[in-house]
Design a protein around this ligand. Structure first.
Ligand code: HEM
Length: 493
């Protein structure tokens, strides 16, 4: 009898779980056949493929404008056509304003108020208020804070002549110093303090290696009901508590001593002062304010530091590109005698190099949107139901030889003025597109240019036997990176 009950129960659960697997077939949408329980993510769960490779793989199998796939049991539509992307990300943005990420204000107020996760009117109001911190005027004011940190990066290279250096860790120390300075108003000295607590926090925060953390993040994106059920938090509890304390301590000190530093904390203090009763979203408590600073730290650190490390890696493998970059930087430096915010903007080859790194290694390999209402694709007549998720396979587009011939080749020439004009719009998306694109783009590019200009002028990166070629992506990482360190030799010019 018990066996019969268990069998019936199993069959009911099996039916409930797999009934969605007909979702795309019944709507005549081409789709990748799901693997029971894991949908299209079986190889990711088995750590056989990185998410970048998995999405490229699905993208390459179907020449259609969109493809159905399943994340576990959840149907998701992968958009391939640049014309459709323009509509979804920009023209019809108000029909796709949110990402489908779980948010529970009671269980995790910091995540609920984070810009990346916030929804609808809360997001709109918050984005409008936070955007002024990222204007070029504000970046210029933060430039001196960045220069202080780049001095430490330079000294690190100078004190490790002819040594194999893990450029991932080196750049992480640099970005933790800069972001701590610009978002939390503190000097962290990661290069000098090997035991720096904030560096440990930055590492732990993005360590999704443990089953519990990995599962937790997955639930936020793809299994929302589990987030409420298990009261999961988006960030690691120890890390968010630590950063919350750092943030509030600085905030109180600033308000007491009336210190002005032109950073994120200043902006938040000013916002709180000038808010009126009619404002849609008010920074009226410290959780909401910290909800901006903590994601600034987590969203900005690894994305920027890995981009920088991968640029050093590619420069080490391509000496002619490295020499040309050094020539540009040195000429501008000799002409002006210093690096300023303005002369960094003149470095065209530098832009081309960073653009190509982000093409080959899009740090966030996909964008996500959710249909806020039923939406009919004019081109095919297909109606996507409200609530269904869309994924934009950035990696598929960046590796499509139709848009980028020989996609495996690292070639900054793709982004020269002449060639850039011929790129197909909406096929280059490292920072996303439209009103919900990366708010930190300008900041990330400036932080990257400051570092590269300063060190490439006086140091040479060289591949050694320890430099991994080809680069094997770590399937366990949410970011596009190899497992462990990324070693290159650093020597004085
Ligand atoms: C190379 C570095 C970076 C890359 C490649 C990157 C990439 C991205 C991408 C792809 C998105 C999603 C955009 C979309 O859905 O259309 C995003 C969103 C976001 N990024 Fe970045 N990012 C970088 C650096 C930063 C930095 C330095 C910060 C903070 C200072 C930051 C803060 C954010 C935030 C808050 C969002 C959510 C914006 C919103 O929903 O309104 N990112 N980023």
């Amino acid at each position: 009898m018990l066996a019969l009950i268990l069998t019936c129960l199993f069959l009911i659960l099996y039916y409930l779980y797999t009934k969605n697997y007909n979702f795309w077939k019944s709507r005549n949408v081409p789709y990748e056949k799901p693997v029971f329980l894991f949908g299209s993510f079986y190889n990711i769960v088995r750590r056989k493929e990185h998410i970048l490779e998995r999405l490229c793989n699905i993208y390459n199998q179907f020449p259609t404008p969109y493809v159905g796939m399943f994340i576990f049991h959840q149907p998701v539509l992968l958009i391939r056509s640049p014309d459709l992307l323009k509509k979804i990300l920009v023209k019809d943005f108000n029909k796709f304003p949110n990402r489908k990420i779980a948010a529970n204000e009671k269980a995790d107020p910091l995540a609920f108020h984070a810009l990346f996760i916030a929804r609808d009117a809360i997001w709109r109001n918050m984005r409008a208020k936070i955007s002024p911190v990222f204007t070029s005027g504000k970046m210029k004011l933060m430039f001196p804070l960045m220069q202080e940190c780049v001095d430490d990066l330079y000294d690190f290279c100078a004190t490790h002549p002819n040594e194999e250096v893990d450029v991932k860790m080196m750049m992480k120390k640099y970005t933790v110093d800069i972001i701590s300075s610009c978002a939390f108003g503190i000097k962290t000295n990661c290069f000098k303090d090997e035991e720096s607590e904030i560096l440990k926090v930055a590492t732990k925060m993005v360590d999704f290696g443990s089953v519990v953390r990995g599962f937790s993040i997955f639930c936020f994106f793809f299994l929302h009901s589990f987030v409420d059920f298990f009261k999961l938090t988006f960030g690691d509890k120890y890390c968010t508590d630590y950063l919350f304390n750092v943030f509030t301590t600085t905030l109180h000190e600033r308000e007491k001593k009336k210190i002005v530093r032109n950073d994120l904390i200043d902006l938040l203090i000013n916002l709180r002062k000038i808010e009126t009763i009619t404002d849609g979203y008010k920074f009226d408590d410290e959780v909401k304010m910290a909800g901006q600073a903590i994601p600034f730290f987590s969203a900005g650190n690894d994305t920027t530091s890995i981009t920088l490390a991968l640029t050093c890696y590619e420069l080490a493998l391509h000496t002619e590109i490295q020499d040309r970059l050094r020539k540009e930087v040195t000429e501008i430096f000799q002409e002006r005698g210093t690096f300023t915010y303005e002369n960094l903007q003149e470095m065209k080859y530098m832009d081309m190099v960073i653009n190509e790194t982000l093409r080959k290694y899009p740090l966030a390999p996909f964008l996500m949107r959710e249909a806020a209402e039923d939406y009919t694709f004019e081109e095919t007549g297909f109606t996507l139901e409200k609530g269904v998720s869309l994924l934009v396979p950035i990696s598929g587009l960046h590796y499509d030889p139709k848009y980028y011939p020989e996609p495996e080749k690292y070639d900054p020439e793709r982004f020269s003025d002449d060639n850039k004009r011929n790129l197909t719009p909406y096929t280059y998306l490292p920072f996303g597109e439209g009103p919900r694109n990366c708010i930190g783009q300008r900041f990330a590019l400036l932080v990257s240019k400051v570092a590269l200009a300063r060190i490439i002028k006086d140091f040479v990166f060289e591949a050694t036997e320890k430099t991994p070629v080809p680069l094997q992506l770590d399937p366990g990482s949410l970011f596009v990176q190899n497992k462990g360190g990324l070693y290159v030799n650093v020597r004085k010019v």
